[in-house]
Ligand binder design. Structure first.
Ligand SMILES: [Zn+2]
Length: 279
């Protein structure tokens, strides 16, 4: 972002579909002001989160040049992940995992690792969470909600943006993600322009590009550590280091947004970004 920023940028999971989205709602390049983000995260009073847990429930194994344009076609693993923001009195989930059938869709006939025990832990974490957010509306981030047998239980605490819901309704990545009108009515919907306070130490950052409803989740812990859950702005840490998007982004409508988001990140510190407890 524009000012010195000591964020650990977390790379999230691989999505298979090409960036299909709007570059931005306006012609202006995407930008974010870290001071505004920090201010938003400080708006809601209360103790900040204690830690962020991460879990990998599946992998996608595709050549590096698929995830990072211009790199060699060497073997590469892209993790499919979900995050649990832990407060003293409850949790917020960011992204929802996915079921095996959706995972197999992404494999397109190639068998890729899927960890059912970890997926079950994500499902359990969703049920015990106070609130559920998604970085964006692709299947590997939202199928754990939209295709869950517990959808009716989860939906009232799932907070989606209007743009995320619109994509699911009008142009879902796979038809199985499209909610019925009854399902859509159960979800909590929000809209915001640039940045929005969500909880103590948490702010949402609008980041269209990879999808219309993409957003980043900023978290400031009690310890002072800051994290940015960046969704699929990049699929591999090398994409962040090199500020280079996916091969699929070439010519895609969302590429401009993703490039701007990568360009405004700080050089990542290669220290451990999160406490690797599992939800
Ligand atoms: Zn995605």
């Amino acid at each position: 972002m524009t000012k010195s920023l000591n964020l650990s940028l977390l790379l999230l999971a691989l999505c298979m579909a090409s960036a299909q989205a709007l570059a931005a709602e306006s012609s202006a390049p995407w930008s974010a002001d870290i001071d505004q983000v920090r201010q938003a995260a400080a708006m809601i009073p209360g103790p900040r989160p204690l830690r962020v847990n991460v879990i990998k429930f599946a992998e996608s194994r595709r050549p590096k040049n698929f995830a990072v344009k211009g790199l060699p076609a060497e073997p590469s693993v892209q993790a499919r992940t979900a995050y649990q923001i832990v407060y003293a009195d409850g949790t917020v989930m960011v992204d929802t995992g996915m079921d095996l059938a959706t995972h197999q869709f992404f494999g397109r006939g190639v068998e890729e690792p899927y960890f059912p025990d970890q997926a079950a832990r994500v499902a359990h974490a969703l049920r015990s969470a106070r609130a559920i957010l998604v970085t964006h509306e692709h299947g590997d981030h939202i199928a754990g909600l939209m295709r869950s047998e517990s959808f009716n239980e989860l939906a009232p605490k799932a907070v989606l943006t209007h743009l995320q819901l619109q994509t699911l309704q009008n142009e879902p990545q796979i038809p199985e993600l499209r909610p019925s009108p009854e399902m859509a009515a159960r979800l909590r919907l929000i809209d915001y322009s640039d940045t929005m306070a969500f909880a103590p130490g948490m702010a949402l950052i609008k980041a269209p590009g990879h999808t219309p409803g993409s957003q980043m989740i900023y978290v400031a812990l009690q310890s002072g550590k800051e994290l940015l859950l960046a969704g699929d702005v990049a699929w591999h840490m090398d994409g962040v280091r090199l500020m280079q998007g996916r091969a699929l982004d070439q010519g895609a409508a969302g590429a401009d947004g993703c490039r701007a988001q990568l360009a405004q990140r700080p050089l990542p510190q290669r220290k451990e970004p999160v406490d690797r407890h599992q939800p």
